[in-house]
Ligand binder design. Structure first.
Ligand SMILES: N[C@@H](CCC(=O)N[C@@H](CS)C(=O)NCC(=O)O)C(=O)O
Length: 207
């Protein structure tokens, strides 16, 4: 979304968890990784800051230095609160869509992290999702007052939070939000952005 926001032409390469060799040039083992000329960048926020600095003549991802600073809080909220709550609702679903060669690695690494079987982690999700939806109230209230976190138009603040929902959308058919939730309207708008870029990835179908 950040690359599209900047209007940059990119080539994307399909990647699997166990395919560490393909991203070894970045000096670490996680995606996203961006190769821009000789430069290898990793970590979404670091990539976004770099894009803003390098492509300052293109549409801004942050709307100025204040936005650039404030988005760090939102990124920490997404990493520390949103993703940990979300992962507990869909983690076993994620496993079911993995390629065979990734399944054992994913299960072992995530079960060590949770101290429980993936299926046990998401077992009570029918109840847990109620707390998840309550936790999203500040997001809901903000989107009730303005169309995007970035204000009148979407910016990197939106892409941080949308990224979590997009991940869930493509890995799990579990309904995270109620149909009349204003967050759904915002999510749909971001799915439509950049000629439906995010919508091109199919949603997970019910098992
Ligand atoms: N905060 C980082 C998170 C990166 C991250 O955790 N990526 C996961 C995607 S699920 C990954 O590549 N994991 C590799 C692994 O678990 O081996 C970012 O936004 O770039």
């Amino acid at each position: 979304m950040a690359l599209a926001h900047k209007g940059l032409a990119v080539e994307t390469i399909p990647w699997r968890f166990t395919d560490k060799g393909a991203i070894a040039f970045s000096g670490q083992g996680r995606v996203p990784v961006v190769q821009d000329g000789e430069r290898a960048l990793s970590d979404s926020l670091a990539i976004a800051y770099d894009l803003e600095a390098r492509y300052g003549d293109r549409p801004s991802l942050f709307g100025g230095v204040g936005g650039e600073a404030l988005v760090r809080f939102l990124n920490n909220w997404a990493d520390g609160v949103l993703h940990p709550a979300l992962v507990r609702l869909i983690i076993a679903d994620v496993w079911t869509i993995l390629a065979e060669q990734d399944r054992a690695y994913f299960r072992t690494s995530r079960e060590a992290r949770f101290g429980a079987a993936l299926e046990a982690v998401q077992r009570d999700r029918g109840e847990a999702v109620i707390g998840f939806r309550k936790m999203l109230e500040p997001l809901r209230a903000t989107l009730g007052a303005q169309p995007y976190l970035g204000g009148a138009a979407a910016n990197y603040a939106d892409y941080i939070v949308f990224g979590a929902f997009q991940w869930a959308r493509v890995t799990s058919s579990f309904p995270l939000l109620e149909a009349d939730d204003p967050i759904v309207v915002w999510r749909e708008r971001l799915l439509d952005a950049f000629d439906g870029l995010a919508r091109q990835v199919p949603a997970a179908s019910a098992p």
